[in-house]
Design a protein around this ligand. Structure first.
Ligand code: ADP
Ligand code: F6P
Length: 471
C-alpha cells in the first residue's frame, strides 16, 4: 500500500475510463470545474487521489497518472442512486443553488450519504502517511472531515466547497443540517468560493450548533477551525499559450468560415445543468430574433451543452426542453445552411475549446447561480489580443472578481436581452479596456495563487505549499 503526504479526496477520480495496452491512463478533462482546477496543480506531484472511478461494482486497480496515485473507491448501484444522484445531486445541489429546482428529501438517501462518506474516509485514512495533509473536495463529502478526524487525529484536514454555500434560511430546510455542519467542522480549514458563503456558514454554526463563530474562526471541541474565501481559478498562462498557438488560431478562423462568416459569434459552454440558465438565455435570444434586433445572417449562437447527471429526472427534463427549444428556434428563424443556433453536446479537447473561445466575439455565461464558473475565466484567458466581450451573470462567483464584464441578472429577461445587445454592439475600445483589466486580474489570480493561499493557510509550516506551487 502506497502512503502519501498529500491526499486529495473528491467524489470523482480525474481519469479516463480507457486504459491503453501499455497500462497508461490519462487525465480526464471532461466537463466539470473540479478536475479543471486541480489538474494543473497535481500533475507530477507525488500525491494520492481518492475517488470514484465511475460505474458500479468492485473498485479497479488503476495505474498512476502523471505520478499521481489513483485510489478507487467502489460504489454499488444503490450508492450511485442514493448518494451521487440522490443526496448529492437531488438534495444538496438544488438547495445550494438557490433551490432553482425543488430539492428532494429521502431518509434512505441520507443513509447512503453517511455510508459512502465513511467508505471514502476509510480509504483516505489508509493511504495518508502520518501527519499528512488530506484535502477534501466538495458537497458529496461533507461528513468526511469529521469521520477522518475521529480515525486519524494526526492528519491536517482541509475542506473546499466548489459550489455556493447557501444562506441560512435555505440550509435550515435540511433535515440533517446539524450533522452536515459538524462533519465539515472536522476540518482545520474550510474554504469557500465567496466571502458571503463563509459568512453564511458562520451564522449557521452559531445558530444550529450554538458554537462561537466569526467569519474567520470557529471554536469546536477545543480546536479552532478557520474558514475563509478562496476563489478558485484556472491555469491562465496555459490557456493563453494554447489559444496563442498557430494551429488553434487557424482552427478558430476555420470555425468562423464554417459558421458562415457571421459578423458576430456568440458562444455559451455549459454542462447541461438547470443552474446554468440555458433556457433563459435561449428565450432571450429567441425574442431578439423575433423582434429583429438580431439577424441570423449577421449573428450566430453556438451553444455547447454537454450532458451531465443523465439519470437524474430534473436533468432529463431540462435536456428535453432545451432540445425542443433549440429545434423550435432553428425551425422558426433558421435558413437553409444558416441555423440560428449551432447546438453541440460533445465533450471537446482543450485545443478545440480554446479555438471556440477565440472565435467568440461575445461569450454568454449567464447561470442562475454558480459557485465560480471557470468557463468565464477560460474565455478571458484565451482572448490574447484583448478583444471579446464577456456577458456574465451577477450570480456566478466569477462576477465578484471580473467586475469589468458586462454584468446581467439572468432572471430579468429584458435585462438579459439588453445585456446581450450591449455586448454585441459595444465599442471596440470599451471591449478592449475591459478585457485587458480582466486578463491582468487572472494572470495574477491564477490556479497557483489559489493553491498557494489555501494551502499556506492549511499547512502553515509550508513544505507542501512549496512543492505544489513551485514553477
Ligand atoms: P461546473 O464545475 O459546474 O461544470 P465550470 O464552468 O466551473 O462549471 O467548469 C466547467 C469545466 O468543464 C471547464 O473547465 C470547461 O472548460 C469544461 N467543459 C465544459 N464543457 C465542456 C465540453 N463540452 N468539453 C470539454 N470540456 C468542457
Ligand atoms: O462544480 C461542481 C461539480 O460537482 C464538480 O464537483 C464537478 O467537477 C462538476 O460539478 C461535474 O459534476 P459531476 O461530477 O456530477 O459530473
Amino acid at each position: 500500500m502506497r502512503h502519501s503526504s498529500l491526499v486529495v479526496v473528491a467524489n470523482r477520480l480525474p481519469i479516463d475510463d480507457s486504459i491503453a495496452p501499455d497500462g497508461a491512463c490519462e487525465w480526464r478533462r471532461t466537463p466539470g470545474g473540479l478536475v479543471s482546477a486541480l489538474h494543473p496543480l497535481l500533475r507530477h506531484t507525488p500525491a494520492t487521489w481518492v475517488g470514484w472511478a465511475g460505474g458500479t461494482g468492485p473498485a479497479p486497480t488503476l495505474p498512476d497518472v502523471d505520478g499521481v496515485h489513483m485510489r478507487a473507491v467502489p460504489l454499488t448501484a444503490e450508492d450511485l442512486r442514493d448518494h451521487y444522484e440522490g443526496f448529492a445531486n437531488s438534495t444538496l445541489w438544488p438547495l445550494y443553488h438557490d433551490a432553482v429546482e425543488q430539492p428532494e428529501h429521502h431518509r434512505r438517501w441520507w443513509e447512503a450519504y453517511q455510508r459512502v462518506n465513511r467508505r471514502f474516509a476509510e480509504a483516505a485514512a489508509e493511504v495518508a502517511e502520518p501527519g499528512a495533509v488530506v484535502w477534501v473536495q466538495d458537497y458529496h463529502l461533507h461528513l468526511l472531515p469529521g469521520l477522518l478526524r475521529a480515525m486519524r487525529p494526526d492528519l491536517r484536514i482541509g475542506f473546499f466547497l466548489h459550489v455556493p454555500f447557501p444562506p441560512p434560511e435555505l440550509f435550515m430546510q435540511l433535515p440533517r443540517r446539524a450533522e452536515l455542519l459538524r462533519g465539515m467542522l472536522g476540518a482545520d480549514l474550510i474554504g469557500f468560493q465567496r466571502v458571503q458563503a463563509a459568512h453564511n456558514f458562520a451564522q449557521l454554526v452559531a445558530k444550529v450548533l450554538s458554537l462561537p463563530a466569526t467569519d474567520r474562526r470557529i471554536g469546536v471541541d477545543g480546536r479552532v477551525v478557520r474558514i475563509g474565501a478562496f476563489p478558485v481559478s484556472i491555469d491562465t498562462a496555459e490557456m493563453a499559450a494554447l489559444a496563442a498557438r498557430p494551429d488553434v488560431a487557424a482552427r478558430a478562423q476555420r470555425l468562423r468560415q464554417d459558421l458562415g462568416r457571421p459578423e458576430r459569434v456568440i458562444l455559451s459552454v455549459d454542462r447541461m445543468d438547470y443552474t446554468k440558465g440555458i433556457e433563459q438565455r435561449l428565450k432571450a435570444y429567441s425574442e431578439l430574433l423575433a423582434s429583429g434586433h438580431v439577424k441570423v445572417r449577421d449573428t450566430v449562437l453556438v451553444q455547447v451543452a454537454v450532458p451531465s447527471r443523465e439519470r437524474v429526472g430534473q436533468y432529463q427534463i431540462l435536456r428535453e426542453r432545451v432540445e425542443r427549444e433549440v429545434g423550435r428556434i432553428n425551425g422558426e428563424f433558421g435558413r437553409v445552411g444558416e441555423p440560428a443556433i449551432h447546438y453541440l453536446t460533445q465533450p471537446f479537447d482543450r485545443a478545440e475549446l480554446a479555438a471556440l473561445y477565440r472565435v467568440a466575439d461575445v461569450m454568454a455565461v449567464t447561470p442562475l447561480r454558480d459557485g465560480m464558473n471557470l468557463v468565464a475565466k477560460e474565455y478571458v484567458a484565451a482572448r490574447v489580443d484583448d478583444t471579446g466581450a464577456l456577458l456574465l451573470s451577477e450570480f456566478a462567483g466569477t462576477a465578484a472578481e471580473l467586475s469589468q464584464a458586462y454584468l446581467v441578472n439572468p432572471h430579468d429577461l429584458e435585462g438579459l436581452k439588453e445585456g446581450l445587445l450591449a455586448a454585441l454592439h459595444a465599442a471596440p475600445a470599451d471591449v478592449s479596456r475591459r478585457m485587458r483589466a480582466m486578463r491582468a486580474h487572472l494572470h495574477e489570480h491564477d490556479i497557483r495563487a489559489w493553491a498557494r493561499s489555501y494551502l499556506s493557510a492549511l499547512d502553515e509550516t509550508g513544505p507542501l505549499v512549496r512543492r505544489l506551487v513551485s514553477g
